[in-house]
Design a binder for this molecule. Structure first.
Ligand code: GLC
Length: 734
């Protein structure tokens, strides 16, 4: 665990000592005592008992006790409160061999207290914030007896049509790697293990249509989509979830290349691979298995150790072994992995050593003030200020009359976002209420009109909303995607504001009143018709339980925005997939060049670039300097620059470092993120920021999947976003 994570986690734990920082951070290593105990136990188990350990079932607060008594379950998922978990735990331990259950649930951004959706956590560009979100999520989940988070979701994506972008870390592999490592570390520090999902390439679904086919070259697979998973495993993750999609024609649930060649042989991963929900059965629909029995054989033999929710392992696996179609050795290998992970997580430890689930105490761990404060802080850091014409924000001298327009301002579900686990609507301070109560002391009267429901399929309420707006001095419009239009199976073909929201915004703009727009988004959207109508835009990816309070903190200037875009914002859906690390092509784009790579009806650049975000102050990032302009293959490039706050308010600047390999055996991206840091500066304050990049990071994979760094000249760009031209060169030598 890099020092800064330790510091972050230690700071947080010092503030909230209730959690023991994991004693052995970092990649899991084989422990001879555990291996001996695993081998002994496997040797004493019947075939049925072994198969039971390969089943992930449950899915209801009141589980089926018979499944546990029959030893037919290895992981119980989505269980309810601590009481039912404690009961199930005791029942499992009372069965022959006393093999404990793992308890799992999808907690990708919180349990009872919801943090911003993961894309909004990535938008903080702040590793301490990423650790915080995971740490407090795990503290709430583990207090309820949950051991295994079915997260983080690490699917890189450049395609905003795909609804699940909001569950992941965005378009860039370096940011995604940091998100992976910090989330795994934070979960462990909070008492939960991680499941890295969905392995692999799910975010590259053709046409952005969820579950659709994925085709990736070996080079692109290993340069972009695999690194976040490798980072998660290096950070100690013990479980991986196979992806629904086909990769180059082979479903993730039956893909020996990804699950065995890469995960086991290349990376030496010795933990559990589980399927996604019912994905074993889906091999029949994929057309790679004649029936469910063959689906089980294909999944097991491709390396899927655990079947989530289909029940087919329980139904067919024992007979497949008896018929000799699945070797007992393969079952033993899978069971050994399940038992190994359970032992590594301490579930086999004696009662006095292992974590106790105390149903009476559990509720006190939920929705605690410090957890809500952490969620508010991360939500603030994840908000991206896209526009602030005439510095209309912050409202230091709020006007007398403010009209809040838009159903989301008063919709707790839209604040919390998808995958809301045990989030409670009544525990969400609504943006509307926060604005009303905190503007009141300034003598400001806040009125409200929904205009339409959060999806805005009707324009009936527009006249009333316009009437409300006309009687105000300022409009705060709250628009975007309702929570149920985001996440799984919510792909869209259009990327503008949904349904009639643009029409509502146009009607509000026609009043001539200044508009501050707050967007609750589930993906990058096309804002070309929005920006001209608004004075300021605050962009959030479902800001979570405390998002309303966090947004009000920013609107009133009690905090200053520091979020940065984790995905490029396209000008038009026709540009998608789009990302900052495009190749130059043989005809690099130049304005006005009619034979360059271009569109005739749109620029090729995004409306707002990856890494972009404004603040309430202004910064200068000085020319980058390299400590040495010639470095060897095994060395590190040290780059520094002076950052100055030239404005009148304190603020946080994101300093991002990008590298371009100028000449190589393959065409290389115009730039690639290789470092970032946040720096807090008072007005007029300057600070030298230094970032280090191991030369080993500057390579790429060839089509056979071999990684190499090629000597030669590199350019390094340092600035506040991915379009900075602030650069210096260095040379790598053998
Ligand atoms: C869903 C998702 C996966 C989730 C699982 C269990 O289909 O693909 O991310 O962990 O089922 O809820």
């Amino acid at each position: 665990m890099p020092l800064r994570h330790h510091l972050a986690a230690v700071f947080l734990l010092a503030a909230f000592p209730a959690v023991s920082l994991a004693e052995s951070p970092g990649r899991a290593v084989a422990d001879p005592a555990i291996e001996a105990r695993v081998a002994d136990l496997v040797g004493r188990m019947s075939l049925e008992e072994k198969v039971g350990q390969m089943v992930l079932g449950g899915w209801s607060p009141e589980f089926d006790e018979k499944e546990i008594v029959d030893g037919a379950l290895g992981i119980l998922s989505n269980t309810g409160e601590a009481g039912s978990v404690a009961k199930a735990d005791a029942r499992a331990r009372s069965v022959r061999h006393s093999i404990p259950l793992l308890f799992s649930r999808d907690l990708i951004h919180g349990y009872r207290t919801l943090f911003p959706m993961p894309l909004g956590i990535a938008a903080t560009f702040d590793e301490a914030a990423m650790v915080t979100a995971a740490l407090f999520t795990a503290r709430e989940g583990s207090a309820q007896g949950l051991d295994l988070n079915l997260g983080p979701m690490l699917d890189l994506s450049r395609d905003a049509r795909w609804g699940r972008v909001v569950e992941g870390p965005g378009e860039d592999p370096f940011l995604a790697r940091r998100f992976a490592a910090t989330t795994v570390e934070g979960l462990r520090a909070g008492g939960m293990a991680a499941t890295l999902k969905h392995f692999v390439g799910y975010g590259a679904a053709e046409s952005g249509r969820d579950y659709n086919a994925v085709d990736l070259s070996e080079s692109r697979l290993r340069d972009l989509y695999l690194p976040p998973f490798k980072a998660g495993i290096e950070a100690g993750a013990q479980v991986v979830m196979a992806a629904f999609n086909t990769l180059n024609g082979v479903p993730g649930t039956a893909n020996r290349h990804t699950l065995i060649d890469i995960l086991r042989k290349d990376w030496g991963f010795d933990g559990i691979v589980m399927s996604d929900w019912d994905a074993v059965r889906e091999l029949v629909a994929h057309g790679v298995a004649a029936d469910e029995r063959e689906a089980v054989e294909k999944a097991v033999m491709a390396g899927v150790d655990m079947d989530m929710a289909s029940g087919l392992y329980g139904e067919h696996l024992a007979s497949l072994v008896r018929d000799g179609r699945v070797p007992m050795a393969r079952v033993d290998e899978a069971v050994a992995r399940v038992l190994r992970v359970k032992m590594r997580l301490g579930l086999f430890d004696p009662p006095e050593k292992r974590r106790r689930i105390d149903p009476a105490m559990a509720p006190q761990a939920l929705a605690r003030p410090e957890t809500r404060e952490a969620a508010r802080d991360v939500a603030r850091r994840g908000v991206v200020l896209l526009e602030n014409e005439g510095a209309i924000l912050p409202l230091v001298r709020p006007p007398k009359r403010v009209a809040v327009i838009g159903a989301m301002a008063a919709d707790a579900g839209d604040h919390m976002g998808a995958w809301g686990a045990l989030g409670r609507r009544e525990e969400v301070p609504l943006l509307l209420d926060e604005l009303r109560s905190r503007l009141a002391p300034h003598g400001t009267k806040v009125t409200f009109a929904a205009g339409c429901d959060d999806a805005c399929r009707s324009t009936e309420g527009f006249d009333a909303a316009v009437k409300t707006a006309k009687s105000a001095d300022l409009i705060i419009a709250v628009l975007g995607e309702p929570w149920w239009m985001t996440a799984e199976s919510t792909s869209r073909t259009r990327l503008g504001l949904p349904n009639h929201q643009q029409e509502l915004l146009d009607r509000l703009a026609a009043t001539g009143k200044p508009i501050v727009l707050v967007v609750f988004a589930g993906r990058p959207m096309v804002l070309r018709d929005v920006v001209p109508k608004t004075r300021a835009i605050l962009w959030t990816y479902s800001p979570g339980t405390m998002g309303g309070a966090a947004l009000t903190d920013l609107i009133l200037g009690e905090a200053t925005p520091s979020g940065r875009l984790p995905m490029s914002m396209p000008r038009a859906v026709g540009q998608v997939p789009i990302s900052y690390d495009r190749l130059p092509t043989g005809r690099p784009w130049k304005p006005g060049d009619e034979l360059a790579t271009r569109y005739v009806d749109e620029e090729i650049t995004p409306l707002f670039p990856f890494g972009f975000g404004l603040s309430y102050t202004r910064f200068t990032v000085g020319p980058p300097e390299v400590a040495r302009d010639v470095v060897g293959l095994g060395e590190t490039v040290t780059v520094s620059t002076m950052v100055t706050n030239t404005g009148t308010r304190k603020g946080r600047e994101s300093v991002q470092l990008y590298v371009h390999d100028v000449l190589a055996s393959r065409s290389r991206p115009r730039r690639e993120l290789k470092g970032f840091a946040m720096v807090d500066l008072a007005p007029g304050e300057s600070r030298r920021v230094t970032l280090e990049v191991p030369v080993a990071e500057l390579g790429f994979h060839d089509d056979r999947g071999h990684y190499r760094v090629e000597p030669g000249r590199f350019e390094v760009f340092v600035g506040p976003h991915s379009d900075t031209e602030n650069k210096v060169s260095f040379t790598v030598v053998e």
